[in-house]
Design a protein around this ligand. Structure first.
Ligand SMILES: N[C@@H](CCC(=O)N[C@@H](CSC=O)C(=O)NCC(=O)O)C(=O)O
Length: 278
Protein backbone atom coordinates (compact mmCIF):
# COMPACT_ATOMS: atom_id res chain seq x y z
CA UNK A 1 0.00 0.00 0.00
CA UNK A 2 1.45 3.38 -1.03
CA UNK A 3 -0.08 6.84 -0.64
CA UNK A 4 0.65 9.63 -3.08
CA UNK A 5 1.71 12.85 -1.32
CA UNK A 6 2.36 15.07 -4.33
CA UNK A 7 2.64 15.00 -8.11
CA UNK A 8 4.23 17.52 -10.51
CA UNK A 9 4.44 17.33 -14.28
CA UNK A 10 7.99 17.47 -15.67
CA UNK A 11 9.28 16.94 -19.22
CA UNK A 12 6.07 15.18 -20.19
CA UNK A 13 6.44 12.78 -17.26
CA UNK A 14 5.47 12.89 -13.61
CA UNK A 15 7.58 13.64 -10.52
CA UNK A 16 5.73 11.97 -7.65
CA UNK A 17 6.24 11.60 -3.92
CA UNK A 18 4.85 8.60 -2.01
CA UNK A 19 4.58 7.55 1.61
CA UNK A 20 4.25 4.00 2.96
CA UNK A 21 4.62 1.97 6.12
CA UNK A 22 7.89 0.05 5.90
CA UNK A 23 7.90 -3.35 7.57
CA UNK A 24 11.68 -3.53 7.13
CA UNK A 25 12.43 -0.20 8.80
CA UNK A 26 9.50 -0.20 11.22
CA UNK A 27 8.49 3.37 10.39
CA UNK A 28 6.70 5.48 7.82
CA UNK A 29 8.92 6.23 4.82
CA UNK A 30 8.68 8.65 1.92
CA UNK A 31 10.23 8.13 -1.49
CA UNK A 32 10.24 9.99 -4.79
CA UNK A 33 9.65 8.60 -8.26
CA UNK A 34 10.02 10.06 -11.74
CA UNK A 35 7.82 8.34 -14.31
CA UNK A 36 8.74 9.22 -17.90
CA UNK A 37 5.99 9.78 -20.49
CA UNK A 38 6.49 6.25 -21.86
CA UNK A 39 5.22 4.85 -18.53
CA UNK A 40 1.70 6.03 -19.44
CA UNK A 41 1.63 3.31 -22.15
CA UNK A 42 3.79 0.50 -20.77
CA UNK A 43 6.03 -0.49 -17.88
CA UNK A 44 9.54 0.94 -18.10
CA UNK A 45 12.92 0.01 -16.56
CA UNK A 46 13.99 1.79 -13.39
CA UNK A 47 17.14 3.45 -12.12
CA UNK A 48 17.38 3.42 -8.31
CA UNK A 49 19.20 6.50 -6.95
CA UNK A 50 20.78 6.43 -3.48
CA UNK A 51 21.55 9.85 -2.02
CA UNK A 52 24.32 10.92 0.33
CA UNK A 53 24.69 12.15 3.91
CA UNK A 54 22.06 14.65 5.10
CA UNK A 55 19.82 14.03 2.07
CA UNK A 56 16.17 13.05 1.87
CA UNK A 57 14.46 11.69 -1.25
CA UNK A 58 14.12 15.28 -2.51
CA UNK A 59 17.74 16.42 -3.00
CA UNK A 60 18.29 14.42 -6.18
CA UNK A 61 14.89 15.14 -7.71
CA UNK A 62 15.22 18.90 -7.18
CA UNK A 63 18.95 19.44 -7.87
CA UNK A 64 20.35 16.87 -10.34
CA UNK A 65 18.32 17.86 -13.39
CA UNK A 66 17.92 14.22 -14.39
CA UNK A 67 14.28 14.30 -15.53
CA UNK A 68 14.85 15.63 -19.08
CA UNK A 69 17.11 12.74 -20.12
CA UNK A 70 15.14 10.13 -18.16
CA UNK A 71 12.03 11.31 -20.04
CA UNK A 72 13.83 11.07 -23.37
CA UNK A 73 15.17 7.58 -22.64
CA UNK A 74 12.02 6.19 -21.01
CA UNK A 75 13.64 5.29 -17.70
CA UNK A 76 11.88 5.67 -14.35
CA UNK A 77 13.87 6.92 -11.36
CA UNK A 78 13.18 5.59 -7.87
CA UNK A 79 14.64 7.82 -5.15
CA UNK A 80 14.46 6.58 -1.53
CA UNK A 81 15.31 8.42 1.66
CA UNK A 82 18.74 7.87 3.27
CA UNK A 83 17.64 6.48 6.66
CA UNK A 84 14.59 5.42 8.59
CA UNK A 85 12.61 8.43 9.86
CA UNK A 86 10.13 9.41 12.52
CA UNK A 87 9.83 10.22 16.20
CA UNK A 88 10.58 6.67 17.35
CA UNK A 89 13.76 6.35 15.28
CA UNK A 90 16.96 7.03 17.24
CA UNK A 91 19.44 9.63 16.00
CA UNK A 92 23.11 10.21 16.74
CA UNK A 93 23.26 11.48 20.36
CA UNK A 94 25.11 14.59 19.14
CA UNK A 95 22.95 14.85 16.01
CA UNK A 96 26.06 14.62 13.85
CA UNK A 97 25.46 14.75 10.09
CA UNK A 98 27.35 11.50 9.43
CA UNK A 99 25.47 9.03 11.65
CA UNK A 100 21.83 8.32 12.47
CA UNK A 101 19.05 10.21 10.71
CA UNK A 102 20.04 11.00 7.12
CA UNK A 103 23.02 8.66 7.40
CA UNK A 104 21.81 5.06 7.32
CA UNK A 105 24.84 3.98 5.25
CA UNK A 106 22.72 1.34 3.46
CA UNK A 107 23.59 -1.39 5.98
CA UNK A 108 21.53 -3.74 8.16
CA UNK A 109 22.45 -2.61 11.67
CA UNK A 110 23.09 -5.38 14.16
CA UNK A 111 23.73 -3.18 17.22
CA UNK A 112 21.07 -1.63 19.44
CA UNK A 113 19.49 0.87 19.52
CA UNK A 114 20.02 1.00 15.72
CA UNK A 115 19.03 -2.57 14.81
CA UNK A 116 15.29 -1.99 15.30
CA UNK A 117 15.05 0.48 12.40
CA UNK A 118 18.31 0.88 10.51
CA UNK A 119 17.97 -1.88 7.88
CA UNK A 120 18.49 0.23 4.78
CA UNK A 121 20.25 -2.61 2.89
CA UNK A 122 17.17 -4.86 3.03
CA UNK A 123 14.87 -1.92 2.38
CA UNK A 124 16.66 -1.00 -0.86
CA UNK A 125 17.29 -4.53 -2.15
CA UNK A 126 14.00 -6.20 -1.16
CA UNK A 127 11.11 -4.10 0.17
CA UNK A 128 11.26 -1.03 -2.05
CA UNK A 129 11.62 -2.80 -5.44
CA UNK A 130 8.81 -5.23 -4.55
CA UNK A 131 6.61 -2.28 -3.59
CA UNK A 132 7.23 -0.16 -6.67
CA UNK A 133 7.03 -3.13 -9.04
CA UNK A 134 3.65 -4.05 -7.55
CA UNK A 135 2.13 -0.56 -7.62
CA UNK A 136 3.89 1.42 -10.38
CA UNK A 137 4.50 0.84 -14.11
CA UNK A 138 8.12 -0.27 -13.73
CA UNK A 139 9.69 -3.54 -14.83
CA UNK A 140 12.20 -5.75 -13.07
CA UNK A 141 14.98 -4.34 -15.27
CA UNK A 142 16.93 -2.28 -12.74
CA UNK A 143 20.03 -0.12 -12.60
CA UNK A 144 21.40 1.55 -9.49
CA UNK A 145 23.38 4.73 -8.90
CA UNK A 146 24.16 7.11 -6.10
CA UNK A 147 26.33 9.83 -4.61
CA UNK A 148 28.95 9.66 -1.87
CA UNK A 149 27.36 7.54 0.92
CA UNK A 150 24.79 6.61 -1.75
CA UNK A 151 27.56 5.77 -4.23
CA UNK A 152 28.95 3.37 -1.65
CA UNK A 153 25.43 1.93 -1.24
CA UNK A 154 24.92 1.54 -4.99
CA UNK A 155 28.25 -0.24 -5.52
CA UNK A 156 27.65 -2.58 -2.57
CA UNK A 157 24.07 -3.42 -3.63
CA UNK A 158 25.15 -4.12 -7.22
CA UNK A 159 28.21 -6.19 -6.30
CA UNK A 160 26.23 -8.33 -3.84
CA UNK A 161 23.15 -8.73 -6.07
CA UNK A 162 24.50 -9.14 -9.57
CA UNK A 163 21.39 -10.76 -11.03
CA UNK A 164 19.23 -7.97 -9.68
CA UNK A 165 20.95 -4.92 -11.22
CA UNK A 166 21.88 -4.72 -14.89
CA UNK A 167 24.28 -1.80 -14.33
CA UNK A 168 25.74 0.37 -11.58
CA UNK A 169 27.21 3.86 -11.44
CA UNK A 170 28.37 6.22 -8.74
CA UNK A 171 29.35 9.86 -8.22
CA UNK A 172 32.16 10.40 -5.70
CA UNK A 173 31.41 7.17 -3.81
CA UNK A 174 32.91 6.24 -0.47
CA UNK A 175 34.98 3.54 -2.14
CA UNK A 176 36.69 1.91 0.83
CA UNK A 177 34.59 2.62 3.93
CA UNK A 178 36.48 0.19 6.18
CA UNK A 179 39.49 2.51 5.67
CA UNK A 180 38.02 5.98 6.19
CA UNK A 181 36.63 8.00 9.14
CA UNK A 182 33.01 8.11 7.87
CA UNK A 183 33.02 4.32 7.44
CA UNK A 184 34.72 3.63 10.79
CA UNK A 185 32.16 5.69 12.63
CA UNK A 186 29.13 4.25 10.81
CA UNK A 187 30.23 0.62 10.77
CA UNK A 188 31.38 0.51 14.39
CA UNK A 189 28.06 2.08 15.43
CA UNK A 190 25.71 0.04 13.25
CA UNK A 191 27.69 -3.23 12.97
CA UNK A 192 29.85 -3.32 16.09
CA UNK A 193 33.55 -3.99 16.55
CA UNK A 194 33.81 -7.23 14.53
CA UNK A 195 35.53 -5.86 11.46
CA UNK A 196 34.87 -9.05 9.47
CA UNK A 197 31.20 -7.97 9.36
CA UNK A 198 32.20 -4.62 7.85
CA UNK A 199 33.67 -6.23 4.73
CA UNK A 200 30.23 -7.13 3.33
CA UNK A 201 29.53 -3.40 3.00
CA UNK A 202 32.81 -2.28 1.42
CA UNK A 203 32.87 -2.03 -2.39
CA UNK A 204 36.65 -2.28 -2.71
CA UNK A 205 36.81 -5.35 -0.47
CA UNK A 206 33.79 -6.95 -2.16
CA UNK A 207 35.31 -6.49 -5.60
CA UNK A 208 38.61 -8.02 -4.48
CA UNK A 209 36.68 -10.98 -3.05
CA UNK A 210 34.09 -11.53 -5.82
CA UNK A 211 36.33 -10.58 -8.79
CA UNK A 212 33.27 -10.01 -10.98
CA UNK A 213 31.04 -6.93 -11.31
CA UNK A 214 28.12 -5.64 -13.35
CA UNK A 215 28.90 -2.91 -15.90
CA UNK A 216 30.20 -0.05 -13.75
CA UNK A 217 30.82 3.70 -14.22
CA UNK A 218 32.32 5.84 -11.45
CA UNK A 219 32.82 9.61 -11.71
CA UNK A 220 35.01 11.55 -9.30
CA UNK A 221 35.75 15.28 -9.13
CA UNK A 222 39.38 16.21 -8.51
CA UNK A 223 38.44 19.29 -6.45
CA UNK A 224 36.31 17.25 -4.03
CA UNK A 225 37.18 18.21 -0.45
CA UNK A 226 36.42 14.66 0.76
CA UNK A 227 38.58 12.99 -1.89
CA UNK A 228 41.65 11.65 -0.12
CA UNK A 229 40.42 11.19 3.44
CA UNK A 230 36.91 9.79 2.92
CA UNK A 231 36.38 8.64 -0.67
CA UNK A 232 39.66 6.87 -1.63
CA UNK A 233 38.96 6.25 -5.34
CA UNK A 234 42.56 5.09 -5.82
CA UNK A 235 41.75 2.01 -3.72
CA UNK A 236 38.81 1.12 -5.96
CA UNK A 237 40.91 1.83 -9.06
CA UNK A 238 43.57 -0.60 -7.78
CA UNK A 239 40.91 -3.27 -7.16
CA UNK A 240 39.51 -2.76 -10.68
CA UNK A 241 43.01 -3.11 -12.14
CA UNK A 242 43.82 -6.19 -10.05
CA UNK A 243 40.56 -8.03 -10.83
CA UNK A 244 40.39 -6.97 -14.49
CA UNK A 245 36.64 -6.29 -14.34
CA UNK A 246 35.16 -4.00 -16.99
CA UNK A 247 34.67 -0.75 -15.12
CA UNK A 248 35.30 2.91 -15.92
CA UNK A 249 36.52 5.29 -13.22
CA UNK A 250 36.66 8.82 -14.59
CA UNK A 251 38.28 11.80 -12.91
CA UNK A 252 37.07 15.31 -13.68
CA UNK A 253 39.35 18.28 -13.15
CA UNK A 254 37.95 21.11 -11.02
CA UNK A 255 34.66 19.48 -9.92
CA UNK A 256 33.77 19.33 -6.22
CA UNK A 257 31.44 17.09 -4.16
CA UNK A 258 28.26 19.04 -4.79
CA UNK A 259 25.13 18.48 -6.83
CA UNK A 260 26.63 20.80 -9.48
CA UNK A 261 29.03 17.92 -10.23
CA UNK A 262 26.14 15.43 -10.38
CA UNK A 263 24.11 17.75 -12.61
CA UNK A 264 27.11 18.09 -14.95
CA UNK A 265 27.44 14.34 -15.58
CA UNK A 266 24.01 12.81 -14.86
CA UNK A 267 23.21 12.68 -18.58
CA UNK A 268 26.31 10.55 -19.18
CA UNK A 269 25.30 8.22 -16.33
CA UNK A 270 21.71 7.86 -17.57
CA UNK A 271 22.90 7.07 -21.09
CA UNK A 272 25.37 4.54 -19.64
CA UNK A 273 22.54 2.76 -17.79
CA UNK A 274 20.27 2.95 -20.85
CA UNK A 275 22.68 0.63 -22.72
CA UNK A 276 21.81 -2.14 -20.25
CA UNK A 277 18.23 -1.29 -19.31
CA UNK A 278 16.56 -0.73 -22.68
N1 LIG B 1 29.12 18.89 6.41
C1 LIG B 1 28.24 18.82 5.30
C2 LIG B 1 28.29 17.41 4.74
C3 LIG B 1 27.07 16.95 4.07
C4 LIG B 1 27.25 16.73 2.58
O1 LIG B 1 28.15 17.22 1.93
N2 LIG B 1 26.34 15.94 2.05
C5 LIG B 1 26.38 15.59 0.66
C6 LIG B 1 26.66 14.13 0.55
S1 LIG B 1 28.19 13.74 1.36
C7 LIG B 1 28.29 12.05 1.38
O2 LIG B 1 27.45 11.27 1.52
C8 LIG B 1 25.04 15.96 0.03
O3 LIG B 1 24.61 15.32 -0.90
N3 LIG B 1 24.43 17.02 0.54
C9 LIG B 1 23.11 17.44 0.13
C10 LIG B 1 23.08 18.47 -0.96
O4 LIG B 1 21.95 18.76 -1.44
O5 LIG B 1 24.13 18.98 -1.39
C11 LIG B 1 26.86 19.28 5.72
O6 LIG B 1 26.42 18.96 6.81
O7 LIG B 1 26.23 19.98 4.92
Amino acid sequence: MINKISETKAFGGRQIRYEHQSSTLNCTMQFSVFLPPQAEQQSVPALYWLSGLTCTDENFSSKAGAQRIAAELGIAMIIPDTSPRGDGVPDDPEQAYDFGLGAGFYVNATQQPWATHYHMYDYIVTELPALVEQHLPVTQKRGISGHSMGGHGALVMALRNQTMYASVSAFAPICHPTQCPWGHKAFSGYLGDDRAAWLDYDATELLLKLRVAPPMLVSQGEADNFLAEQLRPDDLAAAIAETGVEATLERHQGYDHSYYFIASFIEQHLRFHAQYLL
